[in-house]
Structures are given as C-alpha cells and as structure tokens.
Design a protein around this ligand. Structure first.
Ligand SMILES: [Zn+2]
Length: 488
C-alpha cells in the first residue's frame, strides 16, 4: 500500500515537473526586434542648448491653490513662440486657464479622430537645504559632462521642448499630418492641474472634441531599473492609480493630564492606526499588473522564468516575492501610508481630538468607497470617524486598451528609435495630469521617451535633476517618428 502511494506521488511529481518544463519552454518573449528605418538626424547639441534656455524660466508651482505666478510663466510661453517659428506658423494656438497653451495642427482627413500630446512646464521648488549638493545651479540650464542640468530636465519641461523641436523640424520639412494633432502644455501639474489641464479638458468638451488617444508623462524607458533584465523596458502605462487621503479622528473628553482616563484620544487613535496597518489592502497579480509581469516574465533568467511561466502553481510565491519591494508591491495593490498626526497643542492638556491622515494610492480594481470600507473594517471601532480630506479624493483611471491603435503606434515608434527593447503595458503609481486628459480621450497612455536609469529616480523632484544630451536628441526623434506613425 505504502509503496503504491509512493509510486503515485512519484508519478505526480514527474508530471508536475514535465508540465512546468513544457510551460517554461513554450513561454516565449514577444518580438522585441527593432525595424530599421531612416530617421531624420537631430542636432542634439542645439536641442540641448534650447532646453537649457527653457530651464532658466523659473516656472515654479509652490502650493495647491496658488494664484500668484511670476513673469517666468508668460516668459516661457513667449519663448515657445519665438523659438519655434515654423511650428507656430503651422499650428493655431489658444490659451486656457490663462497660462496653458493648446496647439492644434490640423490634419488633412477630417474623418480621423484627433490625438493629443501633453506635457507640463511647471516644476517643483528646489529645497534650500539641499542647494549646496547641486553640482550645477538648479535653474542654470548648464550643459556639462554630456548632460543638461536643472529643474525640469526630467520632469517635464524636456517633454515640452522635445515635442516642439520635433514639430519645428517636421513643419520645416513641409510635412503635414493626416490626423489632427493637439498639444496641451499645462502650467500647474505639480499642484494638481486644476487650472491648466482641467481648463484644457473643459475647452475640448465645449468644442465637442474627443481624442482617439492621448500621451502624457507617467513612465520612462527603464534601463537597469528592474533587477534581472538586461534589455531596457518601455512601460507604456495604460492606467493610473487614484489618490485618497483619509482623516481618521478619535474624540475624547479632554481635560488636565494629571488626572487622565485609561485611554486618551491619542492612544485610541494609535491603536486604530496600528490595526489599519496590521495588514495590506488585498491585491495580487491581476489586471494591469498581471499584464506588466506577463510581458516581462519571458525575459528573466531561467529560475524566474519557471515561476512566471507556471503562475497557476507559483502565483502565491510570486506575489510574496513581489510584495517584498515597495515598487512592485505598489503595482499589485492599493498602498496606504500614515503621513500626518495632530493631537493636543500642549503637553499637559488631554486632547479632545486626535487626527491621523493616511494617504492611499488606489489600484484600478478598488475605489474610494471600497477603501473607506476597508479602513472601517480594519479599525473596527465605531467611535472612530473616517472622512475624506477635502480635495484629496480621486478615483483610479480607467484601463486603456493595450491592443489599440495608439498603443501600437507607440510600441512601433519605441522600436524604431531605441532599437531592441521590451514594450509592456504598465500602471502609473503616482498622479499626473492624465487624471484630467483621460476625460476627453478614448485611450490614455503615459510615458516619456527618456532613457531613465535606477539612479535617476532620486533626481525626480530631488537634487541634480538632469538629462543627457543624447537622451534629449532621441526624445526629439521619438516625437517626430510618433507623429509620422500615429498622425497619419
Ligand atoms: Zn511631471
């Protein structure tokens, strides 16, 4: 009897190994080969010099609701007109929300739905405390060591400049698109886009204009960012997480701290936050995150490939591994992070209220309502209040088509310009102006055509922001090729 059971277990193990081996062998990468095409040359040094000029306009977004803006904003708008004369002759322009230009390049075929290319030219402030660590002054736009230095070099003035450079070259060469192309350059993305991108959307709606697809920032061409992959990855993000901040409030009598009850509002709140943090929001490898790893899986080394090829068997193990790092965990679930605390204003006064603010980034499978329910469930105390912090609740985006014409045009263009690379659909874990633009686009895609390495991550909104002269030249080629591929 025991022998027969052992034999049966042995056979089952063999079958399991055989099935996994077959799955692994059949688990082939998508075609990554580039197609050789002749792309017009770009004078990268001249492009770099103009990005340097653009960086010198201190178009800083400081705080939400900011109404005061210095002359740098209008200065930058005027600079776009003066610097790109052929583009400005080929296109018409309207201004919305005072400082956001919308350009329109009319196509010859009215039957084709238009497309929208977007970027923003406002930048985050530079922390005075870190000023000494900058190798070049943050608004100098200096070109040194093969890089253009300064705030906005990666996020996102470089995209505005690269788009205008591409159009200037196309217009000069006599090209005109079949499909109408719109551009929108927001002036307040870093503080929510409520004046710029939101006004652009209101304008498009008012004009009855709906885009076939739109392109905004949200990812880059990742080189040496994802461990275990030699090839660069163009993650064309098809969705964006939602944004939610909840104020969690514990109330109590208050009074003098020399005669305290067993629990104060602070200790009740602390217990609630601890319970909320005791387990992550349920998630896993489904939807956009599954598609991302499905497309990357075949490119990993054999040991990892076995896991990805046999997800029916290894999914719990894979999810455990991916949950271990914040970057991959954020792709699989709604994240939560307690960020602010308020209690009594004085050390010897019992608080009547203690408030913790928790910031969530909502995965497309969840919603504001489902996250509020999750929070109540975890805290499990009916006396604790949970409320949306005013102005800090945005649902996650819809998920755009990874097989649609826009995605295909983007994928084709990445391969033409950058050679061998992996193109995958991905998820933006932060918030961008796409929140607004997706309201007038059938499909929204999010990626900037900049080669981006692991060590660049800390430069975004950080110190020593820079982009290489070579990367900037490639970005101009990308937008030019994209307009030729997608604009026809
Ligand atoms: Zn940005």
């Amino acid at each position: 009897m025991v022998k027969r059971i052992l034999k049966l277990v042995g056979v089952l193990l063999l079958v399991l190994v055989a099935v996994q081996a077959i799955n692994t062998v059949r688990y082939k990468p998508q075609n990554t080969a580039s197609r050789a095409v002749d792309l017009p040359p770009v004078d990268s040094a001249a492009v770099a010099a103009r990005l340097g000029q653009a960086i010198r306009f201190q178009t800083i977004s400081k705080v939400a609701g900011q109404t005061e803006r210095g002359p740098a904003f209008q200065g930058f708008i005027d600079w776009l007109v003066a610097t790109y004369p052929a583009a400005n002759r080929a296109m018409t322009r309207v201004m919305v929300g005072e400082l956001t230009p919308i350009y329109r390049w009319e196509g010859s075929d009215e039957a084709l739905e238009p497309i929208l290319l977007t970027a923003h030219y406002d930048v985050v402030p530079v922390a005075q405390s870190g000023l000494a660590d900058w190798q070049q002054k943050p608004f100098s736009g200096v070109i040194a060591d093969g890089f253009i230095w300064g705030r906005g070099a990666l996020d996102d003035k470089s995209a505005v400049v690269a788009i205008m450079e591409a159009i200037e070259a196309l217009a000069t060469s006599g090209f005109s698109p079949k499909r109408t192309i719109y551009m929108s350059f927001g002036h307040d993305e870093e503080i929510g886009g409520s004046k710029g991108a939101a006004s652009a959307v209101a304008y498009f709606k008012d004009q009855g204009i709906q885009m076939a697809w739109s392109l905004d920032e949200g990812s880059m061409i990742l080189k040496d960012v994802i461990g275990g992959l030699d090839m660069p990855v163009a993650s064309i993000n098809v969705a964006e997480k939602g944004y939610l901040s909840l104020d969690i409030t514990a109330s109590a009598e208050g009074g003098h701290s020399s005669l305290p009850p067993r629990d104060t509002a602070v200790s009740t709140l602390a217990a609630a936050v601890t319970r909320l943090q005791s387990a992550p929001v349920p998630g896993g490898l489904t939807g956009a995150s599954k598609e991302f790893f499905d497309a990357l899986g075949p490119h990993f080394s054999l040991s990892k490939r076995i896991l990805f090829a046999n997800q029916w068997f290894y999914r719990p193990l894979l999810e455990m591994v991916l949950s271990g790092a914040p970057a991959t965990d954020a792709m699989m679930r709604t994240s939560k992070a307690p960020t602010m605390l308020v209690g009594s204003a004085k050390d010897n006064v019992l608080p009547q209220k203690a408030i913790a603010t928790v910031n969530f980034r909502i995965h497309p499978r969840d919603s504001i309502d489902s996250i509020i329910s999750h929070t109540h469930e975890m805290i499990d105390n009916p006396d604790i209040e949970v409320a949306i912090r005013e102005g800090f609740g945005n649902e996650p985006s819809a998920v755009s088509d990874k097989d649609g014409a826009g995605f295909r045009a983007l994928a084709q263009t990445f391969r033409q310009v950058f050679g061998d690379l992996i193109v995958v659909p991905g998820l933006t874990v932060a918030a961008t102006d796409s929140v607004h633009y997706s309201k007038v686009s059938d499909n929204s895609y999010r990626i900037n055509p900049f080669v981006f390495t692991g060590e660049d991550i800390k430069r975004l909104h950080g110190r020593n922001e820079r982009i290489s002269v070579e990367a900037m030249g490639l970005a101009v080629q990308f937008y030019g090729a994209l307009i030729r591929n997608g604009g026809v």
